[in-house]
Design a binder for this molecule. Structure first.
Ligand SMILES: Cc1cc2nc3c(=O)[nH]c(=O)nc-3n(C[C@H](O)[C@H](O)[C@H](O)COP(=O)(O)O)c2cc1C
Length: 191
């Protein structure tokens, strides 16, 4: 039996990403988003959705670039702070003590302290309603050496990203490993 709970922006799960942009004066700013996800494999693209009311919005449009900084669980407090304070009134980097680094590929800053950084150039903009969607082409990913496995692939257990659950309004780390992709389907037999 299902119960209707209404039309809401709710899906398990939405990421916690810190978006790096320069403002109109070239000052670095960070804000948190959960409305976003990977949206194309080739070219590799990701979307993020911002309200025009955010301070980051104008800078992102002006520089046509942003970084996605994937925080580890240790940075949950800073990640929430970036999503509560505004760069309009607060120097969030000074307040958290985190370090902005200039990307050499896109006109946006990234955080030195996160395990994973996506450097994105804006390719498409879609006005949806309260939020505007920006589709960014991922020009490169910078991964901290210590989170890479022996194949050079970021290991989720080392990155330790976390997600936000809208409505319930809680943060969660990743759960248990359910098995290797490409093997689970074999356990379903069809006659
Ligand atoms: C977990 C979390 C997720 C958020 N997701 C979004 C989002 O997807 N889009 C958005 O416009 N604001 C989102 N916010 C709110 C902004 O991060 C917040 O308004 C922030 O102060 C904007 O910073 P700025 O004014 O320096 O740009 C989120 C906040 C939190 C704590």
């Amino acid at each position: 039996m299902f119960e209707s709970i209404g039309a809401k922006p709710l899906v398990f799960t939405t990421p916690v990403w810190i978006i790096g942009t320069y403002d109109l004066d070239g000052k670095p700013n960070m804000m948190t988003v959960s409305w976003g996800g990977i949206c194309c494999s080739k070219p590799p693209c990701v979307n993020i959705c911002l309200r025009k009311a955010t301070y980051s919005f104008a800078g992102l449009v002006e520089h046509a670039a942003f970084t996605i900084n994937v925080p580890s669980e240790e940075l949950a407090h800073e990640a929430e702070f970036f999503g509560r304070a505004s760069g309009r009134t607060t120097d969030k980097l000074a307040a958290t003590g985190l370090t902005a680094v200039r990307s050499e590929l896109v006109d946006a800053p990234y955080l030195a302290e996160v395990p994973l950084v996506l450097e994105c150039a804006v390719r498409h903009t879609l006005e949806i309603g309260l939020h505007t969607m920006f589709v960014g082409e991922i020009l490169d990913i910078k991964a901290a050496e210590e989170v890479l496995d022996s194949r050079g692939i970021p290991d989720p257990k080392k990155v330790r990203p976390f997600v936000y659950s809208p409505e319930a309004k809680v943060y969660h780390g990743l759960g248990v490993n359910l098995g290797k992709a490409g093997t689970l389907y074999k356990e379903i037999t069809r006659d």
